[in-house]
Design a binder for this molecule. Structure first.
Ligand code: IMP
Ligand code: MG
Length: 178
């Protein structure tokens, strides 16, 4: 096994208060859009856990939570293009209003796979909410209904996002240099 380079946490790109304010705005939009409906919120582990927990606590519509774990990166900063389901949902989604919550869309490979997979299970509706979006995914024709922040093509850590499992616990989003 080869050792991962340590890397350094660089500039803070999104401070904690800016993150939290945006999450409040997104929660308000979701609550309005889904008024009168019950949402099944699907979090993509592990990166989305901070976002999802701050987001759902601000929703005013009833929701249920479930989680999926998929792998695309391993311990590198480049997508392998291979997506594997490591943990599937506990709750059947047929006929449900499903909202996928992601930490970041980079190449979009993970989401395009998830969308195909979840669509085949017959949800009543299926939308995407992502905290961060990098420019590359637009090539794949994916539409995210809720996007927190558009980022340039930089690798970031913090607020759930990791480099080789490190730095998830930072309360802000920072650039990361390998
Ligand atoms: P995609 O399949 O290329 O869109 O990548 C999606 C997944 O890659 C995310 O759910 C993250 O786990 C990971 N990822 C993409 N960009 C970053 C980043 O800048 N920092 C940490 N993880 C990232
Ligand atoms: Mg990751």
């Amino acid at each position: 096994m080869t050792a991962e380079p340590e890397g350094t946490v660089g500039e803070i790109l999104i401070p904690e208060d800016v993150l939290q304010e945006k999450i409040g705005e997104i929660a308000a939009r979701i609550s309005e859009d889904y008024d009168g409906r019950r949402i099944l919120v699907i979090g993509v582990l592990k990166g989305a856990i901070f976002f999802i927990s701050d987001l759902v606590r601000r929703l005013t519509v009833p929701c249920e939570l479930d989680f999926m774990a998929v792998s695309s990166y391993g311990a590198s900063t480049h997508s392998s293009g291979v997506v594997r389901i490591l943990k599937d949902l506990d709750i059947p989604i047929a006929g449900r209003h499903v909202l996928i919550v992601e930490d970041v869309i980079d190449s979009g490979l993970t989401l395009s796979y998830l969308l195909k997979n979840l669509t085949s299970r017959g949800p009543a509706s299926l939308e995407i909410c992502t905290l961060l979006a990098k420019p590359g995914y637009r090539r794949l024709n994916i539409t995210a209904r809720y996007v927190g922040f558009e980022l340039p093509d930089v690798f970031v850590v913090g607020y759930g996002l990791d480099y080789a499992e490190r730095h998830r616990n930072l309360p802000f989003i920072a650039a990361f240099e390998v």
